[in-house]
Design a protein around this ligand. Structure first.
Ligand code: PLP
Length: 462
């Protein structure tokens, strides 16, 4: 083979992508006229342009150029049963004949709420929102309302959506002293939010205790993404979540779990799987069966505050035009009911298979990479050293940003659709065949990129 330069490998990948997706390229030019960057979500935008997806069925995705992909994105974990699941689609179709949102409480809403309360051991009652962002925002608000305190302790790298306090320290402090210095991410977030948010690194209960000691009189709650989802799918160390529970009890501060992604890990989310019960829970994604949703819940004592009562000075006013809309509720009921223990065991085992197969191969090849993750969620990491917090992830990722973008594009070239940040999400319609195909394709993408890796990221092979 003639000597391949990194530049040539990169250009070849992009050329093959353009050749495979010409219609998407055209639609992208049109999209750019009306949508900044031709997109409406940062998380699904990528260079040179995203494929325009037209339909999905089970684990399959089809784009406007007639290409077929295996969907390892699952709309960022919300499509746990894949696309057009017959039970979910059937429920939605039937509901569409009756109306999308009738403007009142319904039996579907009550049924959905009953399912959530039965499944999540820390939840007696729930309220609904239209996104995970809002659900976490309301969980935080509930903590503030109940404690009459404003400060939140957040874990570095935890993603909780896009409300102001959530946009603090997603990207870790690269030079932390004893503790990371909180910072706001992006313009438009008032710096004043930093008065009420402190940050500790993930998987380090001692650092949380330092902050609890320091701020116990100001802290309303400790907000926890129980695994770091957006920066590497980093699992909690054994005993870490329990340590957070013990510490928050010791210092009399509420514990909030963001189960927006973690709900899929067991029939009752990570709280059931780890037997650690938070005071307040936020969830979303799969509980909407593919439709926009969020929900937050807690004990009856906390949630009773949400009862509408103008005479009660402790009551919390919560509203939203589409909260608990009928279409989401019927889809969500079908989605949750279908996600039984057998299905969870199935996708979790497939997650192990994906990680084990690729980690074996990385070792054999002497590639300093790993597949990290928990249950049915995994992430490609450009280091084989332990990655237990967001800063570890960042150190591994920073020298490999372009490599990851090229792996992502090459996977698409070869029919595997993943999150651009390297996350692989497994859905219930998949089987071992799809996992093995994914493993083979990741290997093939690394083969294609070998000359690039030798030249641009030699630390991965050295
Ligand atoms: C853990 C977690 N919390 C909150 C959110 C925000 O949810 P949404 O995008 O529905 O607003 C997400 C979304 O990815 C998430 O992963």
């Amino acid at each position: 083979m003639s000597a391949q330069t990194a530049e040539k490998v990169k250009n070849d990948i992009i050329i093959r992508y353009r050749q495979k997706t010409p219609k998407s390229g055209g639609y992208h030019l049109e999209a750019r006229k009306y949508l900044p960057g031709g997109e409406t979500r940062e998380s699904t935008a990528y260079d040179p342009y995203p494929a325009f997806l037209e339909s999905g069925r089970g684990f399959q995705l089809f784009d406007c150029d007639g290409n077929e992909y295996i969907d390892f994105l699952g709309n960022y974990t919300s499509l746990v049963h894949g696309h057009c699941d017959p039970d979910i689609s059937g429920a939605v179709r039937a509901q569409l004949e009756k109306g999308s949102m009738l403007g009142s409480v319904s039996t579907h809403l009550v049924e959905h709420a009953r399912l959530l309360c039965e499944r999540l051991p820390a939840v007696d009652m729930v309220r609904y929102t239209n996104s995970g962002t809002e659900a976490v925002m309301w969980a935080v608000r509930a903590a503030r309302a109940v404690t009459r305190k404003d400060m939140i302790l957040k874990l570095e790298g935890g993603y909780h959506g896009t409300f102001d306090a959530a946009k603090v320290s997603m990207v870790p402090d690269i030079d932390p002293g004893e503790l990371p210095t909180p910072h706001v991410e992006g313009l438009g977030i008032p710096r004043s939010v930093l008065q009420d948010v402190v940050v500790a690194p993930f998987n380090d209960a001692d650092k949380v205790e330092i902050l609890l000691k320091r701020h116990r009189d100001q802290l309303a709650g400790v907000l926890v993404e129980p695994f770091i989802g957006s920066l590497g799918v980093i699992p909690p160390n054994p005993g870490y979540l329990q340590a957070l529970r013990d510490l928050t009890r010791k210092y009399d501060v509420l514990l909030i779990f963001d189960e927006v992604q973690a709900f899929r890990l067991s029939t009752g989310g990570i709280q059931l799987r780890e037997n650690v019960l938070p005071d307040i829970t936020a969830t979303g994604k799969l509980i909407g069966g593919g439709y926009p949703v969020g929900a937050f819940g807690a004990s009856r004592e906390i949630m009773d505050r949400f009862e509408f009562d103008l005479t009660n000075p402790d009551a919390i006013n919560h509203s939203g035009t589409f909260n608990g809309n009928e279409v989401t509720m019927v889809a969500g009921i079908a989605s949750i009911r279908k996600l039984d223990q057998a299905k969870i065991d199935h996708i979790n085992a497939l997650g192990d298979r994906l990680r084990d197969s690729l980690n074996d191969w990385f070792r054999q090849e002497g590639l300093h990479c790993q597949m990290l993750g928990i249950g049915s969620l995994s992430n490609l990491i450009y280091a084989d050293t332990p990655v237990t917090n967001a800063l570890h992830f960042l150190h591994a990722y920073m020298p490999c940003i372009e490599l990851q973008a090229l792996i992502h594009l090459e996977l698409i070239n070869q029919g595997i659709y993943t999150a651009k940040r390297g996350e692989f999400v497994i859905s219930t319609p998949m089987g071992e065949t799809e996992i093995d195909r994914c493993v083979a394709t990741v290997k093939s993408a690394f083969e294609v990129l070998k000359p690039y890796i030798r030249e641009k990221t030699p630390h991965l092979t050295g």
